[in-house]
Design a binder for this molecule. Structure first.
Ligand SMILES: [Zn+2]
Length: 297
């Protein structure tokens, strides 16, 4: 592949949509493995193979335990395994002790299933806020090398704003232990007059409403090594359907229908937009960028 193309970082927040949507609406069967993650994983791996792209899979511990056979396929295809925490609860809703316990639970599951220790972290729903920026110190103390959770999207309230749009070392109070922590922000297009309009373009959920040429223009102006993120459900070859238990209420069924409609919109657009991005950009895992930068810093 040409090395003249600019480079972006490719990631997957590797989770089971069925578990998460059922928990969100309070369905009694939420913890059971969903029926679609295996076929979604097949679709992701096939598309990345077609595009000669490798990615970081930020693995959610509870999804990995529900589908213990799937991680081997991801590792065998040459992708990096990162950590998406264990229970997918917002970081800002946890204490530092609870956050550390969640990291350890996820890491234990990932190590047991893959024999690999993840060094990168992505917070559930980018939920490290200004008030919970103690999380970076916990990540460093727990041995993580980089965080990929800063996302300067107007949709995120009280978000921790990246000091710069490009990868950088975080200044940690008290040093944080270890060798510090690198931050790899999600791609955001600072558009409009003086760059005053922030358009989140790194996530496939936004690609459903943005024309592909605008996504490409935004990414070309987002800065080197900006981050992209997908979810397995966005590559699902079949429509998403929440499969609720027989005791689900009418309100739960209505809520599930709304969630399905939102996610099915992103699902239709994601593969085509990623193909267009891959023609224009080299796509690499976060760990590869970290190895380049940490060695040179
Ligand atoms: Zn997630």
């Amino acid at each position: 592949m040409s090395s003249s193309r600019p480079t972006l970082l490719l990631s997957v927040d590797y989770e089971d949509w069925h578990q998460l949507v059922r928990r969100r609406i309070g369905a009694s069967n939420w913890h059971q493995p969903g029926p679609a993650l295996a076929r979604q994983t097949d679709a992701l791996l096939a598309l990345f193979d077609e595009l000669h792209a490798r990615a970081t899979f930020f693995v959610l511990g509870m999804a990995a335990r529900a589908h213990p056979e799937l991680l081997d396929r991801i590792v065998a295809a040459g992708h990096e395994i990162g950590c998406h925490g264990d229970a997918h609860l917002p970081v800002h809703a946890q204490s530092p002790q609870e956050f550390a316990a969640d990291l350890r639970a996820a890491r234990a599951t990932i190590e047991q299933l893959t024999g690999r220790t993840p060094v990168g972290y992505r917070a559930p729903a980018f939920s490290i806020t200004k008030a919970s920026d103690w999380a970076y110190g916990v990540l460093a103390e727990e041995g993580f090398a980089y965080d990929a959770s800063q996302h300067d999207s107007p949709a995120l309230r009280d978000r921790a704003v990246p000091a710069t749009a490009t990868p950088h070392r975080l200044e940690l109070d008290g040093g944080g232990g270890g060798n510090g922590l690198w931050e790899f922000p999600v791609a955001v297009w600072h558009a409009g007059r003086a760059g005053g309009i922030r358009i989140p373009i790194g996530g496939a959920s936004y690609w459903q409403v943005l024309p592909t040429p605008l996504v490409l223009k935004g990414l070309s102006e987002a800065g080197p090594l900006a981050g992209l993120y997908l979810h397995p459900n966005e590559l699902d070859p079949e429509p998403l359907h929440a499969l609720l238990p027989s005791d689900a209420t009418a309100a739960q069924r209505a809520h599930a229908k709304l969630r399905e409609a939102q996610r099915n919109g992103a699902r239709r657009r994601a593969p085509g937009v990623l193909r267009a991005i891959a023609q224009r950009f080299e796509l690499i895992p976060y760990g590869e960028a970290y190895a380049r930068l940490d060695g040179s810093a």
